[in-house]
Write a protein that binds this ligand. Structure first.
Ligand code: UDP
Length: 404
């Protein structure tokens, strides 16, 4: 048919969507194109708190142009707010993930005032508005027309602080739909909930293949030794990612095997707590354990995730854990906390290891460094898991179904 390529895709969809055919198969790609067809011209606006750092920004950076390539007019805006606001929202974030505590009335008022001061962000022409996570949640108070409002929560709510959740519930119930990453995080609500797992784009600079020589040059640029094994964790400097536990596990494992630990992170705009944790870790570093805040260098992230001997993600709460997916895609053996979304990615002993403590993490590091064939087997299995379940085409398909 005119205007279609050999795969039956229309001209504007051909190039990028066809690139996925060898990875996910023609049928998947054709299903996506068919789902998008009746949505052409739809206007969708995504709103979150930062363009920079964290899993939400990572997904939107790929998803927005993909939706555009499917004929959907997708846009992405972020809140403008002072640091004091992010101190409060980080506290809300932590309590939603299970931390004890409450918020003062004046902090609730400030939170709401700042968000409502961003009401001008809402695009009056949008048919669907997708608001991500608690930071911009109260924006829905300014609705008042027939457009569809979706709240997309990426947090691990399995053990949420009920007081804080209850305080947010009136906002959540003002949305038309709520999307959680997993059914385990669902909460009692008046509105229908859907579940969508995050996923990675295999064609970004972070996720595409990187040659060993390029990776090593990158290591050298940052003073990472290339003459011994490298064990890494790449994450925001956040208590739930347990960077201190990673340090301790590495110290314990280093009594038996020699390697360099690289703790890499970036400092997200909406996470002032990260600066403090980074400073604490820097105090602990030495020639066996490097702490770097250069995580905005995506080539370095790729180099470490592709060529480290072991990748850690020792989280104690984790909505999903894209860093786990990214390292698994690069066929690395991943040792990760048995929590949240991680357990939906790693089957213990089959495509990685799940751990519950510092000594367990240390033991798995030693085991993997001593047994490269085990590391290879787990890594290959990990890549196949991601190919089948966690590439962005799966996410795109779910999003299109929801938009319909
Ligand atoms: N990330 C990065 N550099 C860093 C730390 C994290 O690019 O120094 C990226 C990471 O590669 C992943 C995202 O930020 O794409 C983190 O997502 P994840 O779901 O693992 O955790 P979140 O930060 O959303 O809790």
């Amino acid at each position: 048919m005119a205007g279609q390529d050999d795969n039956g895709l229309r001209a504007h969809q051909m190039t990028w969507l066809s690139d996925f055919v060898p990875l996910v198969g023609l049928e998947t790609v054709q299903r996506i194109a068919a789902l998008a067809e009746p949505l052409a011209g739809l206007q969708v606006q995504h709103i979150n708190s930062t363009k920079h750092g964290g899993g939400v920004a990572e997904i939107l950076r790929s998803l927005i142009p993909m939706l555009g390539g499917l004929g959907i007019r997708a846009d992405w805006h972020t809140l403008a707010a002072p640091v004091a606001f992010y101190e409060i929202t980080k506290h809300i974030h932590n309590m939603l993930q299970g931390e004890a505590g409450t918020l003062k009335d004046e902090d609730w008022r400030y939170y709401e005032d700042i968000v409502l001061g961003n009401a001008h962000l809402v695009d009056r022409r949008a048919d669907v508005i997708v608001v991500h996570d608690p930071q911009p949640l109260p924006l829905v108070n300014g609705r008042g027309d027939g457009r569809r409002w979706l709240w997309r929560c990426h947090l691990d709510l399995s053990d949420t602080n009920e007081g804080v959740w209850n305080a947010l519930t009136p906002f959540v119930n003002s949305y038309d739909h709520v999307i959680f990453s997993l059914a385990d995080y669902a909460q009692p609500l008046d509105k229908p909930a859907a579940f969508v797992l995050p996923a990675i784009d295999p064609f970004t600079i972070k996720n595409r293949p990187i040659a060993e020589a390029t990776a090593k040059a990158c290591f050298e640029r940052y003073g990472i030794p290339t003459d011994k094994p490298v064990v890494t964790q790449i994450s925001r400097f956040d208590p739930w990612k347990d960077p201190i536990g990673v340090m301790e596990a590495a110290r314990m494992a280093q009594r038996e095997v020699d390697f360099t630990l690289v703790l890499l992170g970036n400092l997200a705009d909406d996470d002032p707590e990260g600066q403090r944790i980074f400073a604490q870790l820097v105090e602990m570093q030495d020639e066996h354990a490097l702490v770097l805040d250069k995580g905005d260098d995506v080539e370095l992230v790729n180099a470490l995730q592709s060529w480290a001997d072991v990748v850690l993600q020792k989280s104690t709460r984790e909505g999903f854990g894209l860093t786990v997916t990214e390292a698994m895609w690069k066929a690395r053996p991943v040792v990760a906390g048995r929590v949240g979304g991680i357990v939906h990615q790693i089957a213990d002993g089959e495509n990685g290891f799940l751990v519950d403590s510092v000594p367990e993490a240390a033991a798995r590091i030693v085991e993997l460094l001593k047994d490269p064939s085990l590391a290879r087997r787990l890594g290959n299995e990990a890549r196949e898991t991601v190919r089948r379940r966690f590439l962005i085409t799966t996410l795109l398909e779910r999003e299109l179904e929801l938009l319909r």
